[in-house]
Design a protein around this ligand. Sequence first.
Ligand SMILES: [Zn+2]
Length: 189
Amino acid sequence: MRDRVLEIFEKTGVLLEGHFLLTSGRHSKQYLQCAQVLQYPEYTEELCSLLIEPYKDKGIELVVGPAMGGIIIAYEAARNLGCRTVFAERENGKMALRRGFEVSKGEKILIVEDVITTGGSVKEVIDLTVKEGAEVVGVSSFVDRSEGKADLGKPFTSLISFNIETYSPQNCPLCEKGVPAVKPGSRKS
Ligand SMILES: [Zn+2]
């Protein structure tokens, strides 16, 4: 599965190879831009069908995705599972269900996300749905960048675990070689 996921990531521009200037000020050889795959419904569909595989027979009634990264994934996961979907978004800095979205007491929920790094947003979504009495069956993300460290307090699965090495500008092997660096998201010339 890892190979196929990587193949899709490379094909759709999720995984970029080069010399990148990260917002943290560090440099890297790789960059992940998960939104890229969501341009292509056929690949999004394929990844989401892998994503929900562990939850197919778990009686999931609602898929929740945190905005923005989780919205399309949650929609496609719910379409595949044949259930309802809502998204959570920030209101005054805190994750909330707005627009009249609700979860019911006892509702079995799957939370999906594109990338989990610290799991902060997902944890907030878990808390707000549990507070309404829902049952969070699990959390699933395309990518786990936590190096297995994200402790969500719920079963957590991902399609791929990914660790991108970063360098300080002083110790960057690509700077040393004189490879031009780019800010991810800027257009290639
Ligand atoms: Zn560099």
